[in-house]
Design a binder for this molecule. Structure first.
Ligand code: GLU
Length: 499
């Protein structure tokens, strides 16, 4: 038997920017499609007109591309199963809605929102789960017709509901969660498949599309589990074979231990936010893949090729994935250390310009200076925007010593070192890192002080930092005038502190 070609889809609703959770869904579908040489479909689920945001689908697509995810069929690509925007598929949905109505499997429902709410309230008061009860109970076909005509005459607009049979079990073998099953009486009664505005509901449209687009596997977040029995009811009514389902575990925040919520602004959750901070797409891709999936073993750094090779949906984790921003920083730092210098320069320059520290149109000399700055700080950066803080000393006015730095200097015989160093830098012919290091060595010879007791006072006095890049490189970039200013200021402050 020929092996079935895998067709998967990522189906965002354009209600906002690309969230980490959605990016994960997209990414796993992408890896699955590429691993199996199958097809990834991008479908825009834009039937909820009230929730759509302008530019939402464009921004989703742009951020997916940035992450390195591409698809084979979609609104921008075309394909044999289009259109790929649900808002353009209304005729297709209407055809199946009509078919179900004609077969007596769906019907027009005229209950108003107020009536439905009243009914739910009564049910709650009686201690039963709110659900829709059939409004034509016990009526003959003629009576139903009359009731509907009366409602029409009143000017009421109907929705279309699907009949949910009693005592049916909807079950499936979930790729991630194992066997799941729901009784038909737990899904809330006959549900709406077409809204008053004529648009299909999500649970209906998704079935029509997944079937017509020949989707073989639906991999999505486990917040959709309760939708799956409803979708199975639609498959059954239409006599169609459902695809395989896999519901990926929840993502919880490492800080709060709670489900990652879009409303929690203390955690950055949108791909765009990380982009703005200067995260690298490959690092994000790597990190997101590990949210609920692991290839086994200790290694955590994988490139896209390796991930495609190793991806196996059977290894999707059953337990919640923890979103740990610190881990993401660590992974990004690993990628920064290996990154192409020009990429880092572009990102950092952008960050420095946004912070107003570098002009929009720097001279070639200034560009070279920024390049060196980025080079010396890149090992320390978790993401490029950190350069704005790390490199403050290069942009701010000459800075006093902090209390902590004074305490550090107090430990050593700093004065002779600093005075001697100041003398030595006047003896070097060019203010370059190697010559500056020669001046440090000369200071060691002249004072007899070495090691940390030599380096720490020099580092603090010149660059105002106890950790950081090589002092020679940092001083070269600071320039002689600023270094001398810092040395003088240090000596003055030491005198004031009796040192
Ligand atoms: N449009 C749905 C969402 O964004 C997709 C659900 C699905 O994958 O079936 O959550």
């Amino acid at each position: 038997m020929a092996k079935q070609k895998i067709r998967v889809r990522y189906a965002p609703s354009p209600t906002g920017h690309l969230h980490i959770g959605n990016a994960r869904t997209a990414l796993f579908n992408y890896l699955f499609a590429r691993h199996t040489k199958g097809t990834l479909v991008l479908r825009i689920e834009d039937t909820d007109q009230k929730r759509n945001v302008k530019g939402g689908s464009q921004s989703q697509m742009e951020n997916l591309h940035w992450l390195g995810i591409d698809w084979d069929e979609g609104p921008d690509k075309g394909g044999d199963f289009g259109p790929y925007r649900q808002s353009e598929r209304k005729d297709i949905y209407n055809k199946y809605i009509k078919q179900l109505i004609d077969e007596g499997k769906a019907y027009y429902s005229y209950k108003t929102e107020e009536e439905l709410e009243e009914q739910r309230e009564e049910q709650r008061a009686m201690g039963i789960a709110p659900h829709y009860t059939y409004e034509y109970e016990g009526m003959t076909a003629d009576e139903i017709k009359q009731a509907q005509e009366k409602a029409e005459a009143k000017g009421l607009t109907p929705v279309v509901r699907i009949h949910i049979p009693e005592m049916v079990t909807y079950s499936w073998d979930d790729i991630v969660k194992g066997h799941l099953s729901f009784e038909s009486d737990t899904i809330g009664g006959d549900f709406v498949i077409q809204k008053r505005d004529g648009m299909p509901t999500y649970n209906f449209a998704v079935v029509i599309d997944d079937h017509l687009m020949e989707i073989t596997h639906v991999l999505r977040g486990d917040d959709h589990i309760s939708n799956t029995p409803k979708q199975l009811a639609v498959y059954q009514a239409l006599g169609w074979e459902p695809p395989k389902f896999g519901h990926m575990t929840l993502i919880i925040s490492a800080d709060t231990g709670k489900k990652l919520s879009k409303r929690d602004e203390s955690v950055l959750q949108f791909i765009e936010q990380y982009r703005d901070l200067g995260y690298l797409p490959d690092a994000m891709f790597n990190f997101i893949t590990l949210l609920g999936w692991s290839p086994g073993g200790e290694n955590e750094i994988f490139n896209q090729r390796e991930l495609i090779k190793q991806f196996d949906p059977e290894r999707l984790s059953k337990s919640p994935a923890t979103f740990d921003q610190k881990k993401l920083e660590w992974i990004n730092n690993q990628y920064i250390k290996k990154a192409d210098r020009d990429t880092l320069l572009d990102l950092s320059l952008n960050n420095l310009q946004e912070a107003g520290l570098v002009e929009q149109d720097p001279t070639p000399e200034k560009m070279e200076w920024v390049r060196q700055l980025v080079n010396i700080y890149s090992v320390q950066m978790s993401y490029t925007k950190q350069i704005v803080d790390l490199a403050k000393i290069f942009f701010d006015a000459p800075k006093d010593l902090s209390d902590e730095e004074i305490d550090e200097i107090r430990k050593d015989e700093a004065r002779p070192v600093i005075e001697e160093f100041k003398k030595q830098i006047n003896l070097i012919s060019r203010f370059t890192a190697p010559q500056i290091m020669n001046a440090v060595q000369a200071t060691r010879r002249e004072t007899g002080i070495k090691g940390r007791r030599l380096f720490m006072p020099i580092r603090i006095a010149t660059t105002r930092s106890m950790v950081g890049p090589g002092v020679g490189e940092a001083m070269e970039l600071l320039g002689k005038a600023r270094v001398v200013e810092h040395l003088d200021l240090t000596l003055k402050q030491m005198s004031e502190n009796g040192l």
